[in-house]
Write a protein that binds this ligand. Structure first.
Ligand code: GDP
Ligand code: FE
Ligand code: FE
Ligand code: FE
Length: 186
């Protein structure tokens, strides 16, 4: 599926700001894919589609979780956690994407998971550092991403979990699994 078709499809499902963010993720993901020897075309697709479920109806998403027998723990969480797994399901069912690595990159772009592939890390990092992102520390993460993807990914996960703890938010178990995996690695 070509870029313009995918962009047109996401545009009608999200506010302008989210659409601009998605283009930023697409461009950043393509650049990182070229840098770290992954397929830029697949990065383009995952980057465009990663937030496709961000504004989907929460009750509908929970219905899909049950019907598709996804992890039942998802039922205790809101759109911020649901939109990854449901986005992957939409990519598969509506956009006929069968590439499991693209689907996993979308599925885990919010929480991460243990033992991610280079491609999944690219989408995760691109989502955090795309040019429209503005938060304290983003410049450092952008610089890290140009030097070493694994280090940048580790810094992104640490940043997100530190933020969640400091603002006293609950942490999804898969995010913890991701963090623990990274901290036990050599
Ligand atoms: P976005 O969709 O482009 O805004 O970015 P993400 O999909 O990466 O994240 C969506 C939101 O989920 C952000 O506000 C994150 O801080 C939040 N988030 C990420 N991981 C967790 C988690 O484990 N628990 C909770 N409660 N929120 C999380
Ligand atoms: Fe997201
Ligand atoms: Fe993210
Ligand atoms: Fe995003």
């Amino acid at each position: 599926m070509d870029r313009q078709t995918l962009l047109a499809a996401i545009k009608e499902r999200m506010p302008e700001k989210r659409y601009i963010h998605s283009i930023g993720v697409m461009e950043t993901a393509i650049r990182l894919a070229e840098k770290y020897q992954e397929d830029p075309k697949r990065a383009e697709i995952a980057g465009i589609l990663h937030d496709i479920a961000k504004y989907a109806d929460v009750e509908w998403m929970k219905k899909v979780v049950i019907e598709q027998q996804m992890d039942p723990r998802l039922l205790e969480w809101n759109a911020e956690i649901l939109h990854g797994p449901i986005g992957a399901w939409i990519a598969q069912t509506e956009f006929h994407i069968e590439d499991e690595e693209i689907l996993n990159a979308i599925r885990y772009h919010t929480t991460g998971r243990a033992d991610m592939t280079t491609f999944e890390k690219i989408i995760f990092v691109a989502d955090m550092i795309e040019p429209n992102r503005k938060f304290h520390g983003v410049e450092k993460l952008r610089a890290d991403a140009d030097i070493n993807l694994d280090d940048a990914f580790r810094a992104c996960i640490t940043h997100t979990l530190s933020f969640l703890v400091s603002s006293q938010q609950a942490i999804y178990p898969v995010s913890i699994e991701c963090y623990n995996f990274l901290m036990r690695e050599e």
